[in-house]
Each structure stands twice: as structure tokens, then as C-alpha cells.
Design a binder for this molecule. Structure first.
Ligand code: SAH
Length: 312
């Protein structure tokens, strides 16, 4: 397939935030992108895999605010297909799990725009990899439900407890703020005080795991000095006795590498490999799209770097 036959829009899963967990396909789409529309939970370093000329547009939603409405995102995506050859819509995790994928596919179809969906590693899988456990486990949990504690249009969505009743695993996305209510819901249906783990920033430098039971997890989360970022809640026997198994956090390392992006890239990847976080500051060494300068500047100003390195 030549590049001219390639689809115009890629709906790409960026995974849980660690760039080493991007698929090869996702990386190739990003490298080829003329414009990237990205969500809140996408690590900005992942955008740096694109070309210096790529336009970066943040359309992110934080859990409790809306930066851009879905219909505005849809309209912008269509608009960009008129002016750019390759549009990448980059979403956290897997676009097919709580990613509004169908909305965006429908609008592309309605406009006869060619597209492709690229899966990503979803938060539940990323989180369980860190606990060295499966979402399913032979003889323990034979099924898994991905659910959300979120409510849409101010309507309460009770969570589906069928899986838990059948000794399965429940993975709750977007539910940390409403955890007290959700745990009460579980208690009202399941008498067994099931194990629970909440994993914040799974696979990232600031990963944090809090574990307990349905009866105790709420107090443990409330005792945290601040909310650590996106968290996923896993309920069920698969997360029994994990506390002592979770590796201690290594030194938290936020590195700013100055120099040409292509030259710094391998070094940045090594930092991620060692459990750190890195961004490349190539504002002086490269001619960047103005959107990249703006986004990098804002990010660099607010990041308390532990190291600043001068590379090439
Ligand atoms: N499509 C995404 C989910 C989007 S909903 C996916 O497949 O992962 C956003 C929610 O995902 C967050 O509120 C949080 O519950 C979860 N999440 C995303 N990234 C995460 C991470 N690195 N660690 C823990 N939870 C994460």
C-alpha cells in the first residue's frame, strides 16, 4: 500500500502513558501525522514522536471538566481532514474502551472519510501488569467487566454487579471520586468483603497502588494527601494479597533533555525504560510548529524537573 492509499484519519490508542507501551503501528501513525488531536491522558512526550512540523491540538477532557465538547472535537477532526493529509486522533489507553470511539467513527463514515482504528493497552491491563496478576485467573475469576463509576448528563449509573456475583473481576474506570458510593453499592449486593486495589498512573513514573477491601479502601484513598492522577479500581479475588508484591517506587525522575529531538530520543526512551519520565526541549535546536512551542513551553514551565541534561 502506498502512502496515498493510506487512510486519512487514524483513531489511535496511546496506551496508559508510558511511551514504551505504544504499539509499533501507533508509533508509525504518529510519525506520519500532519496533525494530532490528543486527549488529556496522553503523555505529551508521545507527541514528540511526530515530526517537528506536526500540528498538536489538545482536545482533552479531565475527569470533571470538559475542555472541548465531543461534537466540537468531531467538527474539528472533519475540518482538519480538509487541510491536512494525515490526521491522528490520539486517545488514552484503548480507544475502544470508554473512548467515545463509535461517535468519531460515525462522523467519519457520514463524511466518507477513510479511517483506521489502532488499539492501545487499556488501563485495566496496564494496572494488572504492575500487580503481576491477571484480570482473569484460573480457578479464581473466569470473567471480567469493564465498567465506569462515571455519570453521564448528571444521571447516576448503577454499576453492573453480575460479574462480581459470579466471582469475576470488576474494573472501574473514572470512578475514584465516587468510590465511597460505589463501594456501598458493592456492599449492598455482595456480602463477602472483596479485595480491592486502586492503581493510579499505572506504568508511569508516579504510579501508586492502594489496596484493601471493599470496607476499607475508601478511607485509605481519603487519607491520601492529594489525588494522584487517573486511577483505576479493580475489585475481586484476583487482587487478594497484592500489597507486599507491589514493587517499591524507584526514585522519581523527571528529566528535561535539551537538544535536537531525533538525537535525544534514544536517551529519553532509556529514561522511560528505567521508570522515569522525560521530555525533550528542542525549542532552540529545531524549527517547530507553533502549537508545539506553545505546548512544550507550558509543560516545561510547570514541571519540577529532577534533572536537566544538555545533549546534542
Ligand atoms: N480509553 C482509556 C480509558 C479512558 S477513561 C483506556 O482504555 O484506558 C479514563 C479513565 O481511565 C481514568 O479515569 C482512569 O480510570 C483510567 N486510566 C487511564 N489511564 C490510566 C493510568 N495510566 N492509570 C490508571 N488509570 C488510568
Amino acid at each position: 500500500m502506498s502512502i496515498t492509499d493510506a487512510p486519512q484519519v487514524y483513531l489511535v490508542g496511546a496506551g496508559p502513558g508510558n511511551p514504551l507501551l505504544l504499539s509499533k503501528k501507533a508509533e508509525r501513525c504518529i510519525q506520519r501525522a500532519d496533525v494530532i488531536l490528543y486527549d488529556q491522558l496522553v503523555n505529551p512526550f508521545i507527541l514528540q514522536l511526530s515530526s517537528p512540523e506536526t500540528e498538536w491540538i489538545h482536545v482533552g477532557k479531565t475527569p470533571y471538566t470538559t475542555y472541548m465538547r465531543q461534537d466540537e472535537i468531531n467538527a474539528l477532526m472533519i475540518e482538519k481532514t480538509k487541510t491536512h493529509r494525515t490526521v491522528v486522533r490520539l486517545k488514552g489507553g484503548d480507544p475502544a474502551i470508554f473512548g467515545r470511539l463509535a461517535d468519531e467513527v460515525d462522523i467519519l463514515k457520514a463524511h466518507h472519510i477513510t479511517y483506521e482504528v489502532v488499539p492501545g493497552i487499556t488501563a485495566a491491563s496496564a494496572a494488572m501488569s504492575q500487580l503481576h496478576r491477571g484480570l482473569t485467573e484460573r480457578g479464581v475469576a473466569r470473567n471480567i467487566t469493564f465498567t465506569t463509576g462515571h455519570f453521564k448528563d448528571n444521571e447516576e449509573n448503577p454499576i453492573d454487579m453480575t460479574t462480581l456475583k459470579n466471582n469475576g473481576t470488576l474494573a472501574i474506570y473514572m470512578g475514584v471520586k465516587r468510590l465511597p458510593k460505589l463501594m456501598k453499592e458493592v456492599q449492598s449486593v455482595i456480602t463477602d468483603d472483596l479485595p480491592v486495589a486502586v492503581i493510579f498512573n499505572a506504568t508511569c513514573v508516579n504510579q501508586q497502588v492502594i489496596s484493601g477491601h471493599v470496607s476499607s479502601i475508601t478511607a485509605k484513598i481519603a487519607a491520601l494527601p492529594e489525588r494522584p492522577g487517573p486511577g483505576i479500581t479493580i475489585v475481586g479475588h484476583v487482587v487478594r494479597n497484592i500489597l507486599e508484591e507491589v514493587p517499591a517506587l524507584s526514585e522519581i525522575n523527571y528529566v528535561c533533555i535539551k537538544g535536537r529531538r531525533d538525537l535525544c530520543m534514544a536517551h529519553a526512551m532509556d529514561i522511560y525504560e528505567n521508570g522515569g519520565w522525560a521530555i525533550i526541549d528542542d525549542r532552540v535546536t529545531s524549527t517547530l510548529h507553533p502549537t508545539q512551542v506553545e505546548i512544550l513551553t507550558a509543560l516545561i514551565e510547570k514541571t519540577p524537573f529532577t534533572h536537566v541534561l544538555n545533549e546534542a
